[in-house]
Design a protein around this ligand. Structure first.
Ligand SMILES: [Zn+2]
Length: 299
């Protein structure tokens, strides 16, 4: 069998779902105050159950990065995800990006969300993903806190230039932060010479034609011989969600092609092999080590 085809069939990529409500995205934070979340109609359950169904049909296990806020409101949803054999990981509590939290607040969220999710799932929570991929060169202090809180890995670094997030000098593949023994699974990108572009989920999955996404992901698996991590949110599978009057850029990012997510996602599940982040990271050990100083150019 040609090598390219071999890796297409056997290379397991990581599949992640960030479980949060449609009104909790940071792009809407200027128009919806956190105090008002309780008054908003909840819609997280239905599309999450739809995703669980699509995965069950294909025997795929994924990682669900669950927001503590959602876990408190919908404990049975978290239990259902865990019962079906998926990995439960933490997406913090409040969905505030790290740069909007003090170190004390961040530590509290990292510890609290882990405890809530472990109590509900009955399993150790090993993974963390910050709201809005907000581990950037300015918030690296959070990495030590994650290690102290007992997390084995983080998946919050996006090695790109972006207005809200990004850590362009970070590696594109999983590695260990030497200082903390904490594994990082960076959000996957395509490398186009000097720049990396996001190709593995969220708004980019809805923006690019599926054939382009497939091309870039195939390149990661076949040419670079590496697994990618794909991410999606339940609200992306909910085209009927209420429209929020937000600035144009935020609306574009949030509502673009919502009706296309489901079909594209089904194609993706057919074209690639997937597993949880925990399983993929385990298969990659031993991982290369990088020091934070090396990445941030500090001394
Ligand atoms: Zn999120």
């Amino acid at each position: 069998m040609p090598r390219a085809q071999f890796s297409r069939i056997f290379m397991k990529n990581a599949l992640s779902i960030d479980v949060e409500e449609y009104f909790q995205v940071v792009a809407f934070s200027s128009v919806i105050a956190q105090e008002d979340w309780d008054k908003m109609p909840s819609r997280v359950e239905k599309p999450t159950l739809l995703i669980l169904e699509m995965l069950a049909e294909r025997g795929i296990k994924a990682t669900f990065f669950c927001l503590g806020w959602v876990a408190k409101k919908h404990p049975s949803l978290i239990r259902q995800i865990a019962t079906k054999g998926h990995e439960i990981a933490s997406h913090g509590v409040s969905h505030r990006p790290i740069y909007a939290l003090s170190p004390q607040e961040f530590r509290k969220e990292a510890v609290e969300s882990k405890k809530i999710l472990e109590d509900l799932s009955g399993k150790e929570v090993k993974g963390f993903r910050a709201s809005t991929y907000s581990i950037t060169p300015k918030t690296t202090w959070a990495l030590e806190m994650l290690a102290e809180a007992g997390y084995a890995y983080d998946s919050s670094i996006f090695p790109i230039h972006h207005d809200l997030y990004g850590f362009p000098q970070a590696p594109r593949y999983p590695f260990v932060f030497r200082e903390y023994g904490l594994i990082e699974f960076p959000i996957s990108t395509a490398n186009l010479g000097k720049i990396n572009i996001p190709v593995a989920g969220g708004g980019y999955f809805r923006l690019f034609p599926y054939t382009l996404t497939r091309y870039f992901l195939n390149k990661i698996n076949q040419k670079e011989n590496r697994p990618f991590v794909f991410y999606a949110h339940p609200w992306e599978f909910d085209p009927a969600q209420p429209r929020i009057k937000a600035p144009l850029k935020s609306r574009f990012r949030h509502y673009l092609n919502l009706s296309k997510t489901r079909k594209r996602f089904e194609k993706l599940l057919t074209d690639f092999s997937f597993a949880s982040l925990e399983e993929v990271l385990e298969s990659l050990k031993p991982l290369p080590e990088k020091s934070l100083r090396e990445l941030t150019g500090g001394d």
